[in-house]
Design a protein around this ligand. Structure first.
Ligand code: CP3
Length: 341
C-alpha cells in the first residue's frame, strides 16, 4: 500500500482533501543536483544506467515532496529500440542522423522485444520503487506515435515539423506503417513498465497541436486510442496533448483515466469540452513560474478553484523550464499543499 495515494485517488475520481501535484519534466535542468550528474554523464548514459535514472527520478521528490514521481527517461528511447539512431547533442537537442523520408527507409525499422532492448528501463523502475519505499506512486510514460514520428522524419526538433507533416500527406501509406510500428512497440513497452511496477502511465502528444483537427484524428488520435485500449485494463492512463484542446472530447471518452490540458485552455472550458466528469490535469503556464512566489501562489489557488479540487491533478501545462528559480517551483508545490487550510 502506498502511504500517499492522493494521485491514484484523483485518477479514480474520488473525493480528496486537496488535489495531488506533480510537474511535467520535474526531473531536470532547473535542479542543481541534476546539473551535477549532467556534468559527469551524457544524456543516454543517464537514461541507460538504472542507478542514475532512479537517482534523478527521486531528486525532485526529496527537494519538494510532490505527490507522484515520473521516471527519468526520454520518449526517444522508443525509436532507438526500433533501430533508428538517436543522439542527444548538447545545446542542440535530439539528432537522428538517418531520418525516415521514403518507404524503403522503413525496412530497417523493427518492432523490438522491449524486454531485451529496453530492459534497462525496467531495471530503473525496480530501483526507483525501492528508493521511493511506497511513499508515492511512480508514473511511466511514452510519446504518442505521431510525436515520435515527428522526430523520426524531421531528424531533429522543429517549430512546425513541416517535413513530418509533409511525409504524412505525400506518403500516407508509409506514414501509417511507421505509426503502427511505433504503436505496437509502445503498447508492449508500457505494458512491460506496468509489470515492472509503475502505478500509472502518461502519453505525451507534444506535437499533436501541429495537426488540423481532422488530420489529428487520422495521424495521431487513432494510434493513441490503440495505446489506451491496450493499457486501460492494467493501469490508469493519462493522455496529454499540447495544443490539442480540439480533441479533448475524444480524449475524455477514450477510456483514459485523466486528460492533460495546456495553458491555452481555461479550466472551465476544459471541463465543458470534456463533459465535466473526467479527471483533468494541468495547466499552469510554465513561464508563469517566473512570476514572484506570492503571485504564483495566488494563481495556483485560482487555478484549483477553476478546475475544482476533485477529479483534478495540479500540474503545469507543459514541461518546467530550465530557467525557473528553485523557490518559485517550491511556491507552486506549497500552494497546492496549503490549499483549503
Ligand atoms: O520529469 C522528467 O524530467 C522525466 C523525464 C523526461 C525527459 N524527457 C528527460 C529529458 C520526460 C518525461 C521527457 C519527455 C520528452 N522528451 C518529451 C515530451 C514532453 C515534452 O516536453 O514535450 C519530448 C518532446 C522529448 C524529446 C526531447 N528530449 C527533447 C526535445 C529534448 C531536448 C530539449 C530539452 O528539453 O532539453 C530532450 C532532452 C531531455 N529529455 C532532457 C531531459 C532532462 C535535457 C537534456 C539533458 O539533460 O542533457
Amino acid at each position: 500500500m502506498l502511504k500517499n495515494d492522493l494521485f491514484l485517488r484523483a485518477l479514480k475520481g474520488e473525493t480528496v482533501s486537496r488535489p495531488p501535484v506533480w510537474m511535467m519534466r520535474q526531473a531536470g535542468r532547473y535542479l542543481p543536483e541534476f546539473m551535477a550528474l549532467r556534468e559527469k554523464y551524457d544524456f543516454f548514459t543517464r537514461c541507460q544506467t538504472p542507478e542514475l535514472a532512479s537517482e534523478i527520478t527521486v531528486q525532485p521528490i526529496r527537494r519538494y515532496g510532490m505527490d507522484a514521481a515520473i521516471l527519468f527517461s526520454d520518449i526517444l528511447v522508443i525509436p532507438q529500440a526500433m533501430d533508428i539512431e538517436v543522439q542527444m547533442k548538447p545545446n542542440f537537442g535530439p539528432f537522428l542522423p538517418h531520418p525516415i523520408r521514403k518507404p524503403q527507409d522503413l525496412d530497417a525499422v523493427v518492432v523490438p522485444d522491449v524486454n531485451k532492448t529496453l530492459g534497462y528501463v525496467m531495471e530503473a523502475i525496480t530501483q526507483t520503487k525501492e528508493k521511493l519505499d511506497d511513499e508515492i506512486p511512480l508514473i511511466g510514460f511514452a510519446g504518442s506515435p505521431w510525436t515520435i514520428l515527428c522526430y523520426c522524419v524531421e531528424g531533429q526538433g522543429s517549430k512546425s515539423f513541416d517535413k513530418a507533416r509533409g511525409f504524412c500527406f505525400t506518403q500516407p501509406e508509409a506514414a501509417h506503417q511507421l505509426l503502427q510500428k511505433i504503436t505496437d512497440t509502445t503498447i508492449a513497452y508500457l505494458q512491460a513498465k506496468v509489470r515492472a511496477g509503475v502505478n500509472a502511465v502518461q502519453i505525451f502528444d507534444s506535437w499533436g497541436g501541429m495537426l488540423s483537427p481532422q488530420d489529428y484524428q487520422e495521424f495521431s488520435w487513432k494510434y493513441i486510442q490503440q495505446i489506451v485500449d491496450g493499457l486501460k485494463e492494467e493501469t490508469p492512463v493519462i493522455v496529454f496533448g499540447k495544443g490539442c484542446w480540439f480533441a479533448l472530447r475524444e480524449m475524455a471518452s477514450s477510456g483514459a483515466s485523466a486528460v492533460g490540458v495546456d495553458w491555452t485552455c481555461a479550466p472551465k472550458s476544459a471541463r465543458y469540452l470534456t463533459g465535466g466528469n473526467i479527471t483533468l490535469q494541468g495547466n499552469f503556464d510554465p513561464a508563469r513560474l517566473l512570476s514572484p512566489p506570492k503571485k504564483i501562489k495566488e494563481m495556483v489557488t485560482d487555478m484549483i478553484n477553476g478546475f475544482g479540487k476533485d477529479k483534478y491533478i495540479v500540474n503545469l501545462g507543459h514541461g518546467i523550464l530550465p530557467t525557473i528559480p528553485l523557490e518559485n517551483a517550491q511556491a507552486f508545490i506549497d500552494a497546492v499543499k496549503e490549499y483549503g487550510s
